[in-house]
Design a protein around this ligand. Structure first.
Ligand SMILES: Nc1ncnc2c1ncn2[C@@H]1O[C@H](COP(=O)(O)OP(=O)(O)OP(=O)(O)O)[C@@H](O)[C@H]1O
Ligand SMILES: [Mg+2]
Length: 289
């Protein structure tokens, strides 16, 4: 994490983890801009593209960086338990409520509440969330005392919220309340430079982990990596490279990659700027002569 004139910014951290592409550069500039505010933020991107990674970086470089970062996977909590999870409950609020319990809002006081898979939040809970954001107070289930909340809310979705609001599966008023700032993470297939960068990074990390010395990738393996659509984005690339390094001796070949063979299109990406590689990056991955 670098600090420019006392202001911490996300540049170094996100550059290192996400790659040298211009679209990552734009994302970093937006993260640095909105981090200074208390705006609610929507992070949109395909599965595995790094939404949580970006949300955590945003939190770390914000004035709330020393405070808690509380993630909630809205798709993993049953509807009946959702409100207790978010707002907490008082003793006796329901059968089995043996004692008071703080909800995620209270646990995130002074920090950031990260609502992942927000499109899975049941409509009933969406109404309660909207009121909490508007009034900046919550009430525990079974409680009467309003509790003031000082929380920045970051939500994530792998589909566009506005479209969901238009289709009636997401409250329009909640969408407008959350939509103070939108961060879009471009899919990996649209950032070829980052595919090369992350491939090398995951190769180095896996070499270190497995105590191996894989030195690079064959020309056709690189071609396959660059033309593959990566529907699982970085999460998928990471496991593909880890497996390939485990399987390979010195050089990763096509057969070590669990992805469809490359199309015959031209290899696209220019060498990265300011990345960790020497010029002619693809050379850095080609060891099979
Ligand atoms: N640039 C990256 N470098 C290293 N690991 C990454 C990177 N981006 C994502 N990952 C890893 O891939 C996985 C998915 O990342 P993350 O959870 O941030 O994605 P997501 O967009 O929230 O995915 P989903 O929609 O499936 O929840 C995590 O294990 C994360 O550590
Ligand atoms: Mg996620």
């Amino acid at each position: 994490m670098s600090s420019a004139g006392g202001q911490i910014d996300a540049s170094q951290e996100l550059r290192e983890t996400m790659g040298p592409s211009d679209s990552v550069g734009r994302l970093i500039a937006e993260v640095n801009l909105v981090a200074k505010s208390n705006f609610n933020v929507i992070v949109v991107g395909e599965t595995g593209s790094g939404k949580e990674l970006v949300a955590r970086a945003l939190h770390r470089v914000s004035p709330r960086g020393e405070g808690p970062f509380v993630p909630v996977d809205c798709g993993a909590i049953p509807e009946t338990l959702m409100e207790g999870e978010l707002f907490g409950y008082e003793k006796g609020a329901f059968t089995g409520a043996v004692g008071p319990k703080h909800g995620k809002f209270e646990l995130a006081q002074g920090g950031t509440l990260f609502l992942d898979e927000i499109l899975n939040l049941p409509l009933g809970s969406q109404a309660k969330l909207l009121r909490a954001l508007q009034e900046k107070t919550i009430c525990r289930l079974g409680g009467m005392t309003p509790i003031h909340i000082d929380v920045r809310v970051v939500v994530a979705a792998n589909r566009d919220l506005e479209t969901a609001a238009g289709a009636g599966t997401f409250r329009v008023d909640l969408f407008f309340r959350l939509n103070e700032f939108l961060l879009k993470i471009p899919p990996l297939r649209e950032r070829k430079e980052d595919i090369i960068y992350l491939t090398k990074r995951f190769m180095d990390l896996t070499n270190a982990e497995l105590n191996k010395t894989v030195t690079g990738f064959s020309e056709s393996a690189v071609k396959a990596l660059l033309s593959y659509p990566w529907s699982g984005n970085v999460r998928q690339l990471r496991s593909t490279i880890r497996r390939a390094v485990l399987l390979a001796d010195r050089v990763v070949l096509d057969k070590h990659l669990d992805i469809a063979p490359a199309n015959s299109g031209p290899l696209a990406p220019p060498p990265p700027r300011g990345g960790a590689f020497p010029a002619g990056n693809r050379g850095a991955l080609h060891r099979a002569r």
